[in-house]
Design a protein around this ligand. Structure first.
Ligand SMILES: [Cu+2]
Length: 129
């Protein structure tokens, strides 16, 4: 009776040990995958980000040419709010206040005209190759 109980206890310990080992292996795999994923992502962003400055009621550069997959970031350096609205409804920012940013990633090639709907005379264009 006692012997059987001891044997069960030993088997239980073994099971707990295996379960613990599995948790460690899974955690290590997740951490490794996450760290390599983040660094690859950061490198890609650093290589493929382009900025448009909004200042004095204009977008600069007015026409920006980028490769497909590029993230374009508009930064409002003007002292009044603007927004960035695609003429074809592809993207639309909220109101971008002074020193705020709006980003959009252009996945596919094409020409993307945009404007500020608060001041519709403000226009720009992103050409994606
Ligand atoms: Cu504006």
């Amino acid at each position: 009776m006692l012997k059987k109980a001891r044997k069960e206890l030993r088997m239980m310990r073994k099971r707990v040990y295996i379960a613990g080992l599995a948790v460690v292996v899974v955690a290590a795999t997740v951490l490794l995958a996450r760290s390599t994923g983040v660094s690859a992502n950061a490198q890609q962003q650093a290589a493929a980000t382009t900025d448009v400055k909004i200042d004095n009621f204009s977008f600069g550069p007015g026409t920006l040419t980028v490769a497909a997959g590029t993230t374009v970031t508009w930064t409002n350096r003007d002292d009044i709010p603007h927004n960035v609205v695609s003429a074809d409804g592809v993207f639309k920012s909220k109101v971008v206040d002074t020193d705020e940013k709006f980003s959009y990633t252009f996945a596919k090639p094409g020409t993307f005209p945009y404007f500020c709907s608060i001041h519709p005379k403000m226009t720009g264009k992103v050409v994606v190759q």
